[in-house]
Design a protein around this ligand. Structure first.
Ligand code: GLN
Length: 297
């Protein structure tokens, strides 16, 4: 593939030369004959430029196609996904198996790539490291695309929107985001909820838990005043625990995507291609509708 890129570059250089050659010919346009010649030369140059451009495009397309096929995975034949399986409805345990939107999207991607899906459950905070150190092929965990994370991993195209919301006890005096000042906020360690709250309200006002559920338990027992977490898990937690509600005001709106090693551009291309197909053929919508019925209405 490197050879092809070199060829394409050579083509681009030629394009530059052709451009230069055409320029002086176009300048002296005094006599009609000269003008005609100039026009002809210009046309020829244009045609040559177009041919080179087409060739370059073709090479680039071929290279992209090769990339899409030429990916490697940490374990041959498998697509290994790193996640934190306490984030319903994106990933959660049903008996011994991890199910949910991300698990099903990953299975559909794996199928498109001719691979078998393998899911590794880990702390949310360890997923990016697992991707960068080659323990997993992709992190798929309702993970928000952030500039900071982009320094360490590549993100696929986004496949869902997430919203950071606030869970409070039904009788709480916290009525909106503006009331969070000075309150004790429970978050899941290393999540965007953690990052934003620590920045906005001070680390001393934020208590970090390894799992979202632990933060909600702390809220139930009055150890924290509220929990900032993504909207869909928030709905699950509120449904599962009496006496909680979600504030109407949205704290931050975000995009979820798969995190992939920067060393594995071909896998990124392959996953993006698979995601595009799953979006186009309605599979993605069907998976989301299965777990978030309200959105299908
Ligand atoms: N969307 C949040 C983040 O990326 C939380 C994800 C999670 O807890 N699984 O930080």
């Amino acid at each position: 593939m490197k050879k092809k890129i070199a060829l394409a570059l050579a083509g681009l250089m030629m394009l530059g030369l052709v451009g230069c050659a055409a320029a002086p010919a176009a300048a002296p346009a005094a006599a009609p004959a000269a003008a005609e010649e100039t026009e002809e030369a210009a046309e020829e140059a244009e045609e040559a430029a177009e041919a080179v451009e087409e060739a370059v495009e073709e090479v680039a397309e071929e290279a992209a196609a090769e990339d899409a096929e030429g990916f490697t995975t940490v374990q041959e034949g498998y697509l290994t996904m790193g996640t934190n399986a306490y984030f319903p409805p994106y990933e959660f345990y049903e008996g011994d198996s991890i199910v949910g939107i991300d698990a099903e999207i990953a299975a559909a991607i794996a199928e498109k790539l001719g691979l078998e899906l393998k899911i590794e459950d880990m702390e949310f905070d360890s997923i990016i490291t697992a991707v960068t150190t080659g323990k997993v092929d992709m992190g798929l965990a309702g993970m928000t695309v952030t500039e900071d994370r982009k320094k360490n991993v590549n993100f696929s195209e986004s496949y869902a929107t997430g919203v950071q919301v606030v869970i409070v006890p039904e009788d709480s005096d916290i009525a909106s985001i503006d009331d969070l000042e000075g309150k004790m906020i429970g978050v899941q360690l290393g999540t965007t909820g953690d990052i934003y709250c620590s920045g906005d309200y001070g680390e001393e006002n934020v208590e970090q838990f390894n799992k979202g559920n632990d933060a909600v338990m702390a809220l139930m027992t009055g150890k924290v005043d509220c929990v900032v977490i993504d909207n869909e898990p928030a709905k699950s937690y509120v449904a599962a625990n009496e006496g909680l509600k979600i504030l109407d005001t949205e704290y931050v709106v975000e995009e979820y995507a798969a995190a992939i090693s920067k060393e594995n551009e071909p896998l990124l291309a392959a996953i993006d291609a698979a995601l595009a197909e799953l979006k186009a053929d309605g599979t993605l919508d069907a998976i989301v509708a299965k777990y978030i019925p309200a959105e299908a209405e």
